[in-house]
Write a protein that binds this ligand. Sequence first.
Ligand code: GLU
Length: 441
Amino acid sequence: MTVATRFAPSPTGTLHVGNVRTALHNWLLAKQHGGRFLLRIDDTDQERSREEHVASIKADLKWLGLHWDGEERQSARFDLYEAEFQKLVAAGRVYRCYETAQELDLKRKVLLGRGLPPIYDRAALALSEADHAARAAAGETAHWRFLLDRVRAIEWNDGIRGPQHFDPAKMSDPVVRRADGSWLYLLPSVIDDIAMGITDVLRGEDHVSNTASQVQMFEALGAASPRFAHEALLTGTEGKLSKRLGSLGVAALREEGIEPEALIGLLARLGTSDPVDPALDAPALAAQFNLAHFGRAPARFDEAELHRVNAAVVHRLPFARVRHLLPEAMGETAWEAIRPNLDHIGEAADWWRVVTGPITAPTLSDEDRAYLAHAATALAQTGADWPALTAALKEATGRKGKALFLPLRQALTGMDHGPDMAALLPLIGREAALERLTAAA
Ligand code: GLU
């Protein structure tokens, strides 16, 4: 069976770093096996779902290069859910309940007060057809619970957490449908995973207890469970899911100059025993992706690290990838000269202005000014050739190291740091370089 994974965001907000990580890992897992990565929009909650969020989720995935091989929307699948639900009704695996939230709360408190686990007591299971008819006549509508099979333990071998074991006798029958007929997340997700042929469900460990219920739902619907893997959640540097991290959206990172390759490079490896490697692109990361390398400890997301990875990525980006983001006249040689100095592609334009000028002439000592006058004469001979120019000046003036190089850099760029002068000087060109040296002298 070919591998099929899915990313199933609820369009109640935009993607943040945690969702991106889940999407990416599902993409990597699918691509590693030459399988399919599917997008499922979990929009059963029609009140909180927004079309603009669907659009921004898709735009972010595209920007990241996480292209999907198929797409479903839960809001278009209510007929399927109804049909599958009726099978469970016929099989007696779902049952009607009427307790209000307050009643359930009270039951829980009573149990907890007696030192017992707050498990739903299945009182509604004892209702007769006459009871249901009486409630219907009184205008009451039922919500539905899934009847867990309490005889056998629920077990699966989790791709990250290893063997999992749940005792269904210690679980409440989960509510799967509200009194107004709307769906909760649990059952539609199982119905879709079956219908979409999902072989691997990879998601956050906040879903582990959902999985325990869902394992029985797959069974009740006559399907084999997919493989499950639950990854530790992402935390901020301070060790918990910070507000900043929860709201750290892809759009904000993009505005800060983070490149998709950096976000992918970091998130692919965060929480694993594999080092982050800015040289690896998404297909290479897919080839090396290994669930067994994921740890159980929360993965720490550090924005400063993302910026470091970003710089390392930018230093490798080929001209063809960035051309449209650079000043019109800036060519490949200039890009290659300048990129080692960048944290963000946007800064290339600043350095390009240093190349094209005008620059502000530095204020220097008389001694350095005399040296630069000398340099202008030398440059007239050597041309815009840094090794030749500096070799000639070293020979003629006896200067070396900083004294040799720094005044030249300052005069030629107006800065005391920057890209390699050997690469920069030819870009500035003989004429402009002569003017700058003369101006500073
Ligand atoms: N819409 C669910 C969520 O965002 C999907 C969970 C799942 O992957 O099954 O939590």
